[in-house]
Design a protein around this ligand. Structure first.
Ligand code: SF4
Length: 112
């Protein structure tokens, strides 16, 4: 079974239940369309640790990235909530995306 994870904005998660992400996954639509007919499990729903933290020295982020790897997560989908209104990705998330790729995980832009 393929394992995937989602990465989202902590600020957004104060008002977001993640329902749109999970609906898209359960229906295999939007960025999850690629998994139609496949045996796939959402193994983790990860958030950043908030603005102003350098993910490369943030022990909690390092632990979360390590955990995804231990879980055997192959692909991480990054939510649109990690981009501003102009469509520019948060620099903290961009760094976490690099860290995930350095650990051998595929990173996909988008969930729902
Ligand atoms: S660091 Fe970026 S993704 Fe995280 S809470 Fe702040 S704006 Fe959202």
């Amino acid at each position: 079974m393929k394992k995937i994870a989602m990465l989202n904005c902590l600020n957004s998660n104060k008002v977001c239940a993640g329902a749109a992400c999970f609906t898209a996954f359960n229906k295999r639509i939007r960025s999850f369309e690629r998994y139609q007919g496949m045996d796939v499990e959402v193994a983790a729903f990860m958030r950043c640790n908030g603005c102003g933290n350098d993910p490369e020295t943030d022990a909690g982020i390092l632990e979360k990235v390590e955990r995804l790897q231990q879980e055997g997560v192959e692909t991480v989908h990054v939510g649109i909530c990690t981009k501003n209104k102009e469509g520019v990705r948060c620099k903290t998330i961009a760094k976490i995306m690099e860290m995930l790729e350095e650990k051998g995980m595929e990173v996909v832009d988008g969930t729902h």
